[in-house]
Design a protein around this ligand. Sequence first.
Ligand code: NAP
Length: 316
Amino acid sequence: MFVCIDQTNVVDTEKTYTLKDLETAEFSGTPLAVIGHPIEHSVSPAMHNAALAQLSSNDPRFKDWAYYRFDIAPEEFAQALPLFHQHHFLGLNLTIPHKVQAMDLIQGVSPDAKTAGAVNTLVRGAVGYDGFNTDGYGLSRALELDLGVSLKGATVMLLGSGGAARGAAVQCVLAGCAQLYVGNRTPSRLQELMEVLAGMHGGERAQTFALSQLPQALPERGVVVNATSLGLRAGDAAPMDVSQLPPGWKVYDMIYNPMTTLLKDSQAHGLSIANGLSMLVHQGARALEIWSEAPVDAAAMMTAARDALNLPPHYD
Ligand code: NAP
């Protein structure tokens, strides 16, 4: 998508920019960006630029806003962040692998993001960036809309302990889940997350489990949330065996692949499933609301995301 920033400057928001571009290029107007590594397949630019087109059709304040994609490696991130600030990027979305590392490089941080130890949304301040975490909100909306699951009172089995899992776990406890089981491949990372949860009001409802073995005496209903990156690549195995889950359980995969092995296995066992597309849309809509201080139409972002992924309009 090409965005006309002013009479003389037309930018390609589908291009993947790099640290070198930050050192040499001009980004006029009000730039926003997603930063990750790898990042080429991110649909965030399509989603956000569609929402910006809609915002600017009603409010001229947004006519020079544009959302870019940047491939920034972990070792480049500390150098890149001040350059984004110098170029007046108003907002940044962070994805793999920057959400945790960024905590040490930002100025302020929202209370939930501080607890989670992970940020996915940065807002430009006078001397640096302030951090927020909209992943937990996005997950919560997606579970309600796609699976009819409210986190309040739910039994949740969370797979993973990375940046996304941290946001999800904190959201589960804050929302008042009945029980939270957390499993992760690397025990030390799992323990770090459990220490975070132990410090929260309600954190005693969280306990660990081994991904290779289901927790004992599961209730009839509950939801599995995959927050591992296993499933991102074609041919990836499922992070757990779902065949022993009670039939009333539902399975949500944060990956918007659209069908990971975990979801295929779950569907084969008659479980209700949903992929991460609506979480992506709702975390993105909330980020844009933080930057724009205006209501954002998540439906327009969903349509753009489906288009970018070549999904039919009513895919679910
Ligand atoms: P991250 O910080 O890199 O964490 C990755 C997690 O995956 C860790 O728990 C890691 O376990 C686990 N993992 C990686 N490879 C594994 C394997 N082969 N077997 C078992 N576990 C494995 O990444 P993240 O930012 O949390 O993102 C995690 C996933 O969520 C990604 O797929 C991302 O695309 C997705 N996500 C989706 C949305 C959305 O809006 N839909 C938002 C955020 C994230 P170890 O600790 O053992 O390494």
